[in-house]
Design a protein around this ligand. Structure first.
Ligand code: ADP
Ligand code: MG
Length: 292
């Protein structure tokens, strides 16, 4: 493309709230065949709410929630914030945790009031040798509903399963439909539970799902999607999306996301609305048409 056509395209995109940090992204976007998207904070609002909680026999729900929220108060994960908000709403006063540890992609551990408290995904429980027992079917049901199931264990015993739900952003269904109309394949990459991710993907008509991906695994997923010379755009918002944004043919960051993601991206959507991706593709097409 000529410098002039790139300038015109970049200006047109900016009017639509799409910032091209790299002028040549207008060209590379043109050849994209697959759009991969992060789930949490990209397809969804990234602000989950605690919706359900079921305790194991012998555990008091308010006490479990108080202990769990005491640990989560030290975590910055959106799931942690959902749990803390619910405990606050229920008027539960958190205690100060000791020996707090966050295990990325798994969950958190700390000692609260002398009790060891674990909160996280099923794989955290497996790692710590805690059996999911009677609560496994409940967790599976939450997943089918598109909710994320989390487990809490106290002193080595499974205490509760908690569900959090993260609403899909209003513009997302329309954006996915428009990507399909453009003949593109749509993939989802997430650290979340497989059943949860699949339920959300089904609801949105997403073609490919890669779930339970550990934070540094997103790059590998992008590499796989690129196999055979397929050009891939990746859309993400989080700190752990930065390497994938950099390794995709076109990295698209959500402007309301983290600075690290924005720095790693070629394109930034000023609002969180995914229809910005579609606008970017349209401008790219128009630019490339004009220069031929
Ligand atoms: P994502 O941002 O895509 O959800 P993460 O790698 O941050 O991926 O988290 C993966 C999973 O690890 C979460 O879905 C959750 O099950 C578990 N997890 C991570 N951090 C926490 C936390 N602070 N509290 C509870 N669970 C957590
Ligand atoms: Mg995210």
């Amino acid at each position: 493309a000529t410098p002039t056509s790139i300038m015109v395209g970049t200006g047109r995109a900016a009017e639509l709230g799409v910032l091209f940090r790299q002028g040549d992204a207008l060209q590379s976007l043109h050849g994209v065949r697959t759009v991969a998207l992060d789930k949490t904070g990209t397809l969804t609002q990234g602000r989950p709410e605690l919706t359900d909680m079921q305790t194991a026999n012998g555990f008091d729900a308010a006490e479990v929630l108080r202990l769990v929220a005491s640990v989560e108060a030290s975590s910055e994960h959106p799931i942690a914030q959902a749990i803390v908000r619910k405990a606050e709403a229920d008027g539960l006063a958190p205690a100060a945790p000791e020996n707090f540890d966050a295990i990325t992609g798994y969950g958190v551990i700390a000692t609260v009031d002398g009790r060891q408290v674990l909160v996280g995904a099923d794989r955290l429980m497996t790692r710590e040798g805690i059996d999911l027992g009677d609560l496994a079917p409940t967790a599976a049901a939450f997943g089918t509903q598109g909710k994320t199931p989390l487990f809490a264990a106290i002193d080595g015993r499974l205490a509760a399963v908690i569900a959090v739900a993260d609403p899909i952003k209003p513009g997302t269904p329309q954006a996915i439909a428009a990507l399909h109309d453009l003949g593109l394949k749509v993939a989802m990459i997430t650290g979340d539970n497989r059943a949860t991710a699949e339920a959300i993907a089904r609801e949105l008509g997403i073609d490919t799902v890669r779930a339970e991906v550990l934070p540094d695994g997103k790059v590998d997923v992008i590499a796989r999607l690129k196999e055979g010379g397929v050009r891939v755009a990746f859309v993400g918002d989080g700190i752990n999306d930065a390497p994938a944004l950099a390794s995709a043919d076109v990295g698209i960051a959500i402007g309301t996301g983290t600075d690290v993601a924005i720095e790693a991206a070629d394109v930034v959507l000023m609002s969180g609305d995914l229809r910005g991706v579609v606008n970017a593709l349209h401008v790219s097409k128009a630019t490339m048409r004009n220069i031929r």
